[in-house]
Ligand binder design. Structure first.
Ligand code: ZN
Length: 221
């Protein structure tokens, strides 16, 4: 099904949002991408995102929302804080940036509206290991209503990865014909190492475990 509409993808150049970008290219006739800079340690991800978008002929915009990094330092933005290797009991890991997805989607919606675009895509997933509150479906639905009320519009927030674990995200990228691109050109690693990453941080482990699981499943078919 093609929606015959324009869409704005929240895009970071990581595995998830890159898969979402190509999902959008399959389902929408016009795709644009917005990337956010919020003081993250690894600005390489912005260049990675820009290149993937350019190669796919997708217009790419960069928005500076570094205020959220200043208001609530996390291990992704403050080099003096070491990244949690495990999720602390009863708490979110220090990679949690409070309000990040709310800020991203709100700015994306404001930008989209100015372009007469009312579909937005975000790569959040409830199956993600950290269980960040702003990755939950209930939050996305709530924000969708709020954005509609705030701007008196009918936005549609799409979350193609919401119920997929990492192995199923790999599977989707394969179905979309971009498995190799995602594997070799995206940046998910918290230590800023492209593709397979540092192999040590939680994001690398999650990505690799998902890949192993997917390849095993595929090879058994
Ligand atoms: Zn890593």
């Amino acid at each position: 099904m093609k929606y015959q509409n324009a869409v704005l993808v929240c895009f970071s150049g990581g595995q998830d949002s890159t898969t979402c970008l190509f999902w959008a290219l399959k389902h929408f006739s016009q795709v644009e991408a917005v990337c956010f800079t919020y003081g993250q340690k690894h600005s390489l991800e912005i260049e990675v995102a820009r290149k993937i978008a350019e190669d796919a002929s997708v217009p790419f915009y960069l928005l500076d929302v570094s205020l959220i990094g200043q208001l609530a330092p996390s291990s992704l933005t403050d080099s003096s804080i070491e990244i949690d290797k495990e999720k602390p009991a009863g708490n979110y890991p220090n990679t949690f940036v409070p309000g990040r997805n709310m800020v991203f989607l709100t700015f994306a919606a404001i930008m989209a509206r100015s372009k007469n675009i009312f579909h937005l895509v975000t790569g959040v997933s409830e199956a993600d290991y950290s269980g960040y509150p702003d990755c939950r479906d209930t939050f996305i639905r709530s924000l969708n209503v709020t954005l509609n009320l705030a701007m008196d519009e009918q936005f549609v927030l799409h979350t193609p990865l919401m119920n997929r674990d990492k192995s199923e995200v790999w599977e989707l990228s394969d179905q979309l014909g971009v498995f190799d691109l995602v594997r070799t050109q995206t940046l998910t690693c918290y230590n800023g190492v492209i593709a397979g990453g540092c192999g040590e941080c939680p994001a690398c482990k999650l990505r690799r475990d998902g890949l192993d699981t997917y390849l095993k499943r595929k090879n058994n078919q």
